[in-house]
Design a protein. Sequence first.
Length: 210
Amino acid sequence: MNVLVVKANNRPASDAVSSKMYETFMENLEGVNVTTFDVFAEDMPYFGQDLFNAFGKMGSGEELTDVEQRIVAAKQKAKDVLSAADIVVFAFPLWNLTIPAKLQTFIDYVYEAGYSFKYDENGQAVQLLTDKKAVILSARGGIYSTPQAAPMEMAATYVKNVVGGVFGMEIMDEVIIEGHNAMPDQAQSIIAEGLEKVAAAAKKLSAVTV
């Protein structure tokens, strides 16, 4: 079984809970082939006109600029690592109500008609990655699980809507650690309890046969 872990926080684990979630998950994962794709360590130009310019030039045989070459290569690498995975683990924080820009770029690279989804003859979207499973590991210092705050949470919700709803991956596990900044007197126990769930998710995944 091939596991891809998409790591989307470059802060040290001593300062960032989602980084600690990543480390805990990796420490408890056994018996699988695991690859980490660190979006902050990869050369990933932002998705935009440079990519569309590159596609146009590739179609006409023109030479690509440096940034065009880089974004084409980065997009292909993201698709390649995702294609090779049976299970994809996303480890990320909620920053300013959403995901880090680097994780957004990874998603933009693989959110491609004909690769992760397609349209049928009636114009309906069809999921193309239904053979894969996903695990969501996310941390947020505030409390967003209440009915009042949940509509503002656009990190875990967004990732699940994309990989589960659009791509068709089965969300096999989700661990959210929240409230450790809002309730500093309870932070230690909140984080410890959450990390136990992360470890359990890793051990459960280690026992899965795809």
